[in-house]
Design a protein around this ligand. Structure first.
Ligand code: CUA
Length: 272
């Protein structure tokens, strides 16, 4: 049988196209390493997320040298963490990040603009998605599912920050008195947590100044954490040195600050 040369050419061209299409699809699904969102994650109770592992304390946790878990709760109308109210999600450069996102009310989505992180967020389900971040950069989080009247306000930030600016220490609590009697110690109980997976140290700084007498005190305390851990320390101000009047205090851990003021009184009024 005689096949015309033109026909041969077109046959070959068609075959090449078919192979190219299959290769492209194969590369897109397998070669790029894009994982589809699947249903292998556990289900959660959207009404009791405070009892679910990870969602009881949403945010960033270090799980390996360059690996981080980020638990996010989507709600009407924002992300915890990730939005203006709950603070942006900070992760370090050159990290692999596992996002676990769920909703406590209706269907939302969690989409990082400019990346392939884009998943529907269904109450009761945990959407798990892993992404790598190399360079410092800020990514917007948006909700792609219409979820109510303020759907368009649902937005947030994932900030990839330089390694040296990154830490996972949280100033959880400062228990401070409102007033103390002259001669008594004013004590400040400070609780700090670490979400790093390995042993770390950080410094808690206490500063106080009496505006009337100009008396100042500054104390630093080193805190050591053995992995995911909390540490406590107590700062004490001798009010005999400080005299009566109000004094302002601040406690600083990395970029986290708590402050307040204490009234030093000649005599505490008895509570009736
Ligand atoms: Cu949430 Cu739209």
């Amino acid at each position: 049988m005689q096949i015309h040369n033109y026909e041969k050419m077109w046959l070959v061209a068609a075959l090449v196209l078919i192979v190219a299409i299959i290769a492209t699809i194969t590369y897109g699904t397998v070669g790029l390493g894009i994982a589809m969102v699947d249903d292998t994650e556990d289900t959660v109770d959207p009404g009791a997320l405070e009892e679910e592992d990870g969602f009881d304390d949403p945010g960033v946790t270090q799980v390996g040298e360059n690996e981080y878990d980020v638990h996010v709760i989507a709600y009407q109308f924002g992300y915890d963490p990730g939005d203006e109210v709950n603070g942006e999600i900070q992760i370090p450069e050159d990290s692999e990040v596992n996002f676990y996102v769920t909703s406590r009310d209706v269907i939302h989505s969690f989409s990082l603009v400019g990346t392939n992180v884009n998943t529907m967020v269904v109450p009761g389900e945990v959407a798990a998605i892993t992404a790598e971040f190399d360079e410092p950069e800020r990514y917007g989080i948006i909700c792609n599912e219409y979820c109510g009247p303020q759907h368009h306000d649902m937005e947030g930030i994932v900030a990839v920050v330089p390694e040296e600016d990154f830490h996972l220490f949280t100033l959880e609590d400062v228990e401070a008195p409102d007033e103390v009697e002259l001669g008594d110690d004013a004590t400040f109980d400070v609780t700090v947590s670490s979400d790093h997976y390995d042993e770390r140290t950080t410094t808690a700084t206490f500063e106080a100044e009496n505006e009337t007498t100009g008396e100042e005190v500054e104390v630093e305390e080193e805190l050591t954490f053995d992995g995911h851990d909390t540490a406590e320390t107590t700062f004490t101000v001798d009010t005999d040195d400080f005299g009566t009047g109000d004094f302002d205090w601040t406690v600083t851990v990395e970029d986290e600050i708590e402050s307040g003021s204490v009234a030093v009184l000649e005599e505490l009024e008895e509570d009736e």
